[in-house]
Design a protein around this ligand. Structure first.
Ligand code: MFK
Length: 565
């Protein structure tokens, strides 16, 4: 009989997840864990049951934009796919955003909420995007305390009732650029106390949202981010018509194909000021903090999904006389990916814990500095990991990983957005430099790493901790040595940040590994920590080119003899 390969399949996504469950046992008091477990079990079952089946049926479907109705009226309807419609219902009823605002478990509600996100996200084709912006909008409105807006929008943004729940957009990018937002050209006009917006938004994600936070420049304001103001708008009027917003077209993107990302023209769109007529960029940063955290959670959950599929496949696929899971080289390859995932996981949930404590007012000033520096670090570190892991997992499937109807290529395409949106790796590295210029966030990070490391006793894990500490100390020396050399500091910023992110992640993974050894008699996280240390956390390198040589090389200009610094 001819041979046909069995497809990979997924077990229950909560009960099968050793890493998540072990972390939750460590992070949550027993009573809290008992209370949140049913919701996580329910989401795990949906993620490997109904949502997974819908996701398979949804493959190849995309949102449809209908600009005109049959009678020539401009309507700009956007119809999302069935998976997204169901995801919206599930997200609301299961409190994927609301859990964080109900705060049934105080600061730990963020851990609960992001554990739900982590389970939900890989089966819902980037429905995490509108949810992240919704969470970010709720947080931003709360941060500014604008009562009228809070009363109108917050109950909707955090509702568990799908018929009431709203999602929000975050429209920042214009044709002038997605990174240098201060260049934005949208004009805000005020007539008799009412504001309207006039301009073009070039990448508006999830344009099916009910409201958006966006930036516009009040007439007469100076250029730059300070001259922009933060605005709130609702997309449709009571009759369901768009409020002077035209959807020019949907973007033809590499991935996130279910997300209806549009180019918009705002031609007199009514909007309300959120917090004064200036400092729009600064005022929208609470949103960025949240969406960057979501980005990291989606990065680790994407890695986890890719690895779960690869692991299952390795048990089924026979080559050269045995299943792949018996093959030393295949196993060694997956072990490295698992180590990357576990380190990214611990780093991400550390930030989630701090975020929850920040929102409940229980962070010290020093911890607030730590959270500020860790937010860009977790986003940039896990974004890079997610792409690398997805790419290797496709390879672990051989040709099947390159074939669309296996669903596997989507893993890579959807991972590739993670280092791009919400700030590229380089823009986030510059954000870390912005943090270093004020206060002592680096000191806060290093002393936190020291405090965490002091509880690690296992001799092999102590070796891994030493690797991390030495990378962190080198990074600090490098930053101090370059403080007066802004160009050199900028040139090395990405390598510096990846060193900080990876080294701190290694410390956290050692802490989890020690706990798991002591309390669960499980050495798997220990193995992950040792492998992660071996893969390397030091990214600064000794042999970096001089800045002059690097710039010449980048531009392919002739240069003298290459010199090591
Ligand atoms: C999978 C789930 C995730 C999904 C979400 C999907 C949605 C996707 C939609 C998008 O992609 S939306 C677009 C996202 N765009 C960005 O993330 C923008 C990237 N660019 C930056 O982050 C730039 O660094 C920035 C726009 C902030 C630079 O603008 P400016 O005006 O040149 O910044 P400047 O002057 O350095 O800072 C202005 C103020 O904001 C300063 O405060 P002060 O006025 O008190 O001095 C800064 O300290 C403060 N600030 C800047 N970044 C901050 C911040 N504060 C806190 N956190 C930050 N990250």
């Amino acid at each position: 009989m001819a041979f046909y390969q069995q497809a990979p399949s997924l077990p229950d996504q909560y009960s099968d997840d050793r890493v998540l469950r072990s972390y939750l046992r460590r992070a949550l008091p027993e009573g809290v864990l008992r209370e949140v477990t049913p919701s996580l079990e329910a989401m795990g079952a949906l993620a490997s049951g109904e949502l997974l089946r819908l996701q398979a049926l949804d493959r190849g479907r995309e949102p449809v934009h209908t600009p005109w109705d049959p009678w020539g009226n401009r309507v700009d309807d956007i119809e999302v796919t069935p998976l997204w419609r169901r995801a919206a219902e599930v997200a609301a009823t299961h409190g994927v955003v609301a859990t964080a605002y109900e705060r049934a478990h105080g600061a730990l509600s963020r851990v609960h909420q992001f554990a739900l996100v982590y389970l939900f996200s890989p089966s819902t084709d980037v429905y995490s995007c509108p949810l992240a912006m919704t969470d970010g909008a709720a947080r931003t409105l709360l941060a500014h305390g604008n009562r009228a807006l809070l009363e109108r929008a917050l109950p909707r943004l955090t509702s568990r009732d799908p018929s009431l729940a709203w999602t929000s957009g975050q429209w920042m990018t214009e044709r002038t650029g997605g990174s240098d937002v201060g260049l934005s050209e949208t004009v805000a006009r005020e007539r008799d106390g009412a504001w309207t917006l006039h301009g073009t938004k070039w990448f508006s994600s999830a344009t099916t949202s009910d409201m958006a936070l966006t930036l516009g420049r009040p007439e007469g304001n100076p250029p730059g981010g300070r001259g922009l103001a933060l605005f709130y708008l609702e997309l449709r009027d009571e009759q369901g018509r768009l409020r002077n917003i035209q959807v020019n077209r949907l973007k033809d993107k590499l991935g996130t194909r279910k997300v209806p990302t549009a180019e918009l023209t705002l031609d007199g769109t009514p909007a309300l000021l959120v917090a004064g007529t200036t400092d729009g960029v600064k005022n929208i940063t609470p949103m960025l903090t949240l969406t960057r955290t979501w980005n990291a959670v989606c990065a680790i959950s994407g890695m986890r999904r890719a690895l779960a599929l690869a692991r299952d496949y390795a048990r089924r696929r026979v080559a050269f006389g045995a299943t792949l899971d018996k093959k030393p080289l295949h196993g060694d390859t997956l072990a490295s990916l698992q180590a990357e995932f576990e380190a990214g996981f611990q780093l991400t949930f550390r930030v989630v814990e701090l975020l929850g404590r920040d929102e409940t007012g229980s962070l010290s000033e020093r911890e607030a500095e730590l959270l500020r520096i860790l937010t860009p670090l977790v986003k940039l570190t896990t974004g890079k990991q997610a792409v690398a892991v997805a790419s290797e997992v496709l390879e672990a499937f051989g040709g099947a990983g390159y074939v669309e109807d296996t669903g596997l290529p989507t893993l890579l395409r959807d991972a590739q957005v993670l280092p791009i949106w919400e700030g590229t790796t380089n823009v986030l590295s510059l954000d870390v430099l912005r943090v270093l210029a004020r206060g002592d966030a680096l000191g806060a990070l290093l002393s936190d790493a020291e405090a965490l490391a002091s509880g690690v006793r296992d001799p092999a894990l102590r070796g891994a901790v030493t690797t991390a500490r030495s990378a962190l100390a080198n990074a600090r020396s490098w930053a101090e040595a370059n403080l007066g050399r802004p160009d050199a500091l900028e040139a090395g910023a990405r390598r510096f940040c990846l060193t900080l992110g990876r080294a701190y992640a290694l410390v956290l993974l050692c802490v989890q590994a020690q706990w798991s050894l002591d309390r669960e008699g499980d050495a798997r996280s220990r193995a992950a920590a040792l492998r992660f240390a071996h893969l390397g956390v030091e990214c600064l390198g000794d042999g970096a080119l001089s800045l002059e040589d690097a710039l010449a090389l980048a531009d392919d200009r002739p240069l003298g003899a290459v010199t090591a610094q």
